[in-house]
Design a protein. Sequence first.
Length: 440
Amino acid sequence: MIPKIQHFRHASLQTVGALALTLLAAAACTDFLAAKNPGAVEEPKVNDLAYVNLIANGPVYAYQLAHTDVTYWNAQLTDELFNRAVFVEEGQIDRRELYSDMTYINAFLYAPMQRARFLGEDGARRLKAILGDTASRDLRVARSLAYAAMSYVDLGEMNCVTPIDVGVPKSSDEMFADAITRFDEAIAIATANKAFLQTQTPANPNAVAAADSVINLSLVGAARASLNRNDKVKAVQYASSVPATFVFSAYYTDNTTGQRNRTYERLTLGSNAYLFNTPFAAMASDPRIPRIAGTTGRGGTPLSPPSYSTFNNTVAGAAFAPVMSVRIASGLEAQYILAEADGPTPATLTFVNQRRAAGLQPAVTLTGDPLMAELRDQRSRDFYLDNHRLGDLRRYKQFYNVDLFPSGPYPGSTSGQIYDPTITCWPLPTNEINGNPNIP
């Protein structure tokens, strides 16, 4: 289902109070200015049972909106894209020359993902209040918690520190721990939902499949968060239960610019970045890293990689499209998590060669560190442009002493510009720093 933009307006509950006050003030001044807004929930009705589905849809839309922005800008911050020097801040992001007062940080990354996190948590809280005893087995509650938890993971991977609701900034490790707590609750509720559905005669197979989807999303998310904490035991526990065929996606349309996928918008419509000057430029024979042919004009501009529904599994590739989905969790990711946690075992070698075959590469007979390096390389290809890379690079550097961030002179610079080696995460934006008394 692609949530309509109206659902987000309904579910943006933090704005309801201000809207209600505005309408009341207008009515008090003159009758002819009084208006009933059909696209908003009036404040007294926020916890009305009739609005349960609208509240539940809010986290879905908010996360999809945030995820596409974070995906694109994290790709430019790492080594997945090279900026075409369209705007000043984009070149700075590409060089990891980051400042808190940059407009892009709050507009495209911090505010959207914090909004998604808030709507997931606030939605779950409101749904619990409305549904009462049945909330413990209601899939809408589980889904809201799972989306909130995914937001915690994304914030932990991208930010140096993250305050929650004007609180004391949390480290990435704390954010991942908080994500796991929410994933665990989502798993418990979705499992209870599935058990209840299976007592019905006849059981609704689509409803059961929906419960499984939320369970597996939460298992993959919890495994990812655990791996980011270097807790490989828990990562294996979560990932080992995920079916290999599982896929969970975010969906996009072109009804409004706000519903567009940012990667489609910046690469297909705008040609704002390309593969040149990245390690992915050398992967031209791999169908997972397709690009427009040539070296001039639009040459080198990425086409749809595997996580996008427009991927056609050919070296020539296929373009991104307005109406498409993007994979955000999968059984494939669970397999990668298991392989990284297990280390350079024969099973890891078998998996690596399976993924090399997907990239039209011959099998290898590697062991030890070279095998794990090849696993990292295959992972970069399979999850190209889907918001895994920044978290991966930070994890490799922190726990394995492997630094894959771009370094040295910035390509094309005539003034001695370099990649900033000290920055591997996004700073807090100025509005959070100024408005949060708990930030040192």
